[in-house]
Each structure stands twice: as structure tokens, then as C-alpha cells.
Design a protein around this ligand. Structure first.
Ligand SMILES: [Zn+2]
Ligand SMILES: [Zn+2]
Length: 435
């Protein structure tokens, strides 16, 4: 045994990563390997190698020299063993023993995927997995890890078998002593389910301690959110200290967004102010900040929850007026409870929206707020009006003209052709309803 090649150091300090395991509970591990001097297998001999406690490898070869030979076209399987197979084995063992959390994520469609896919032909390339546990099981499959590193799966599986024999376990169940994790998962089989998903009881205990130290046992789903989305722990802990609620805790793990990173106190403040959760979720993935909500509340005398609900409703309809825009609508005698309907805005957008030259969705929705109906909105758009103030004036003029005509039964004069008439509007409404 001539050479000991040191592996790179492992990152530490993350709550998701436990002290790495060595190749054997007793320190080093001696194994017999097939040694090939040709890529096409052919004749081989067996010899022992020793994987040291720090995962460096001792072989009977001068590995440095063999590396130079390989660079010049030679081959020795023990170079691959030292440089690539043992590092992959080390990574695989940490996943099998749940020393690291697998890098899995939930997709928008509710499936689970690995962040890093192996080469084509591996199961992870064929769409998502139905459950987090299935995705995690694939992440710790020797065949997946071998494909990830371009290695021969059979050789990696054999190395894993030797290590698992040394440990006397295939790591199929969590340790019987779960320590501080006892009583922090709500479901009776929660620890087993999280183990299947690649989470060690010690990691579960750490997460509970970091996120809600005084909190009750939390559902599996809470921990799945924490491991797959990696939200800011300090932010969740602060929010839960202000709003201690189990449902909120799960929801926080699953809905954190850029807003929460830039305005970490927003969500707690909104929850305490009584803003409904669906409004907060809409705001959190929209372009509105807590300052916008506060500004709207201040400039329109809405309460903070009401201001948040208003902005969230506009966001859900795909529109982004500024707080000043909404204040303007209020001044134009708009209904302060008005919320644009996504369907009505879609309808207008399909007919007159144009991303390059026409009115924006926000402009259309603001005109709709002022004009009251789609037909009236189409009418002012036909007149080339985009400004809600002008549209409001036009609507008022129309109303006045109609009222005057109703009182005096004045016959329509020829110069009123550019003005709206009752029959115009009635015709428009019936035209539109026929489409
Ligand atoms: Zn060899
Ligand atoms: Zn795979």
C-alpha cells in the first residue's frame, strides 16, 4: 500500500448535513477488487485495497505514475477506483445512511424531481416521481449515482455491498434511538416516512429546534417543505414567534418567495393585521411590496388588510396598477370595493390588447373600473381613450346627455354623432352579447 489520496473536505455547518460516515464503523476498510490493465476488461487479477477512515485509498500501485500513464493512453482500473469510484461510493453512503438530505424538489404539477439528473436512460430522466420518498429512493440508488458519475453500476454496487456489510445494515430503517426527534413529528409513522424520504431523525430534531423550538409536533409535510425548499429559518422562526399557528408554519415552509427574502417581516405583520392568507400568497409572488400596501392604505384610507386584498385582487387578474393608480380610481368615484375580474380583462385583452402598441392589461382593467361594463370600455377604446380620467369624463358626459334627452325628449342632432347615445350603447351591448 503506497499511496493515500486525500479527498476534498466536506462542507459542514448545514442543518441538513450530519457528520459524514467513514467506509466502516471501525475506521478503515480493506476490500478485494478486480484490477484491469485494459479498458476492454480481458485478463484481470484481484488484489486488496484499503479505504482509509478519511476515504483516502491505499493501493499496491504508484497511482501518480499510473495517472501519467493513463494520460498517455494507458489504462488501470485502480486509477478510476481511487479518483472516481471511491468518491462516488462515499457520496452514495452518506445518502444511504441519511447523513445528507437528497436534493429533491416538488414541481408545479405536484411531482417530485431530482435537481441533478443522471445521463439519459436513467429513471430520473423519465418525468417526475409520484412521491418524495420515491424520488429520494432513486437519489440513493447505486445505479443512479453510478450513471451520475459515468461509472459502471455493477462495480459501485459491489463496493457499496462491502461497506454495508461492514456496518451490518442496509440502512433500511431509522435508528431505534431517535433521540431529540421523539415527539416532534405529528404522524405516528412520521419518522419512518421521513427516513424513506432521506431525512435522519437528527436532522428532523434540528429543523424543529431551528424553526419552532417551542412548537408542537409538526406534520411530515412541514419537514418536506423545509428540506426541499430550504426557506430562511430565521424568517420562519421570527414569523412563528409572532403568529404561533401550525397551519401557518406549514404554509410558511411552502410559500416563501423573493418578497420574503427582501421583506422578511412582511408576512408576520400581515398575518397579525388580519390579511387573509390567499391575499398574502398573491402579494408574495406579485410585484407588490409591504410598502405598496402601506402606501395604498395611507392614500386611500383603506385598512391594511383591505389594501392588501385590493392589490392581491388586481394581481390575480394579471394587472399591476400602482397604489396611486388605485387612488385615482377612487377619486373618479370608482367603487372602493371594486376588484377586476380576470375573465372580463381577458375578454377585453383578446379584442384590443396588444403587447407592442395597444393598451396594457392594467390600462384595460382601469378603464373597465371607470366605465363599469365591457361595452362602455370598448366604446371609450374606440374613441382612442386610454386615460381613465378622460374615460370618466366621457362616461359622465354620456350620462348627462342621456338624462337631458330623457327630460326634454330632444331629438338627436347631427353634430351629436361623436357622442354616445343610449341606442349606441344598447346596440353595443346586444352586439357584444351575440359574439
Ligand atoms: Zn490495481
Ligand atoms: Zn437517475
Amino acid at each position: 500500500m503506497e499511496q493515500a489520496i486525500s479527498p476534498p473536505p466536506v462542507a459542514s455547518g448545514s442543518p441538513f448535513t450530519l457528520e459524514p460516515l467513514g467506509p466502516s464503523p471501525h475506521g478503515s476498510l480493506e476490500i478485494l477488487v478486480g484490477c484491469h490493465a485494459s479498458r476492454t476488461a480481458g485478463s484481470s487479477r484481484k488484489h486488496a485495497v484499503r479505504i482509509e477512515a478519511d476515504w483516502s485509498v491505499s493501493t499496491p500501485h504508484d497511482i501518480e505514475l499510473e495517472r501519467v500513464a493513463m494520460a498517455m493512453g494507458g489504462y488501470l482500473s485502480c486509477v478510476t477506483l481511487v479518483d472516481r469510484e471511491v468518491p462516488a461510493l462515499r457520496e452514495l453512503l452518506q445518502l444511504r445512511a441519511r447523513r445528507v438530505v437528497p436534493d429533491i424538489t416538488r414541481t408545479a404539477t405536484g411531482h417530485w424531481r431530482l435537481h441533478v439528473l443522471a445521463e439519459h436512460g436513467c429513471r430520473c430522466h423519465r418525468g417526475g416521481f409520484g412521491t418524495a420518498a420515491e424520488a429520494a429512493e432513486h437519489a440513493r440508488d447505486p445505479f443512479h449515482v453510478a450513471r451520475l458519475h459515468g461509472l459502471e453500476p455493477g462495480r459501485l454496487a459491489r463496493l457499496l455491498r462491502a461497506v454495508q456489510e461492514a456496518y451490518g445494515t442496509g440502512f433500511y430503517a431509522p435508528p431505534s434511538d431517535v433521540g431529540a426527534a421523539a415527539g416532534v413529528v405529528r404522524e405516528r409513522d412520521g419518522l419512518e416516512r421521513l427516513w424513506e424520504t432521506g431525512v435522519h431523525p437528527e436532522v428532523i430534531a434540528r429543523l424543529h429546534q431551528a424553526l419552532w423550538p417551542q412548537g408542537p409536533p409538526m406534520p411530515v409535510w412541514f419537514y418536506l417543505g423545509a428540506i426541499s425548499r430550504r426557506p430562511s429559518f430565521a424568517w420562519i422562526a421570527r414569523t412563528l414567534a409572532a403568529v404561533p399557528d401550525e397551519d401557518v408554519a406549514v404554509w410558511l415552509c411552502w410559500t416563501d418567495t423573493e418578497l420574503d427574502r427582501t421583506h422578511p417581516a412582511a408576512r408576520a405583520g400581515w398575518l397579525q393585521a388580519g390579511v387573509p392568507r390567499n391575499a398574502i400568497t398573491a402579494l408574495a409572488d406579485g410585484a407588490y411590496t409591504p410598502a405598496d400596501v402601506a402606501r395604498l392604505a395611507a392614500c386611500t384610507r383603506r385598512s391594511v388588510p383591505r389594501a392588501a386584498i385590493t392589490l392581491a385582487a388586481w394581481h390575480r387578474a394579471g394587472c399591476h396598477p400602482s397604489p396611486q393608480d388605485i387612488a385615482l380610481l377612487d377619486q373618479l368615484d370608482g367603487d372602493p370595493w371594486y376588484e377586476p375580474s380576470a375573465g372580463a380583462v381577458d375578454w377585453l385583452w383578446d379584442r384590443v390588447g396588444n403587447p407592442d402598441t395597444g393598451a396594457t392589461r392594467t390600462e384595460l382593467a382601469m378603464l373597465l373600473a371607470v366605465c363599469g361594463t365591457r361595452a362602455n370600455t370598448m366604446y371609450v377604446l374606440d374613441k382612442g381613450v386610454r386615460d381613465p380620467r378622460v374615460a370618466a369624463r366621457l362616461m359622465n358626459d354620456s350620462d348627462r346627455a342621456l338624462t337631458v334627452r330623457a327630460i326634454h325628449t330632444v331629438p338627436q342632432s347631427s353634430e351629436s354623432g361623436s357622442r354616445t347615445t343610449e341606442s349606441d350603447l344598447t346596440t353595443r351591448e346586444s352586439e357584444l352579447s351575440r359574439r
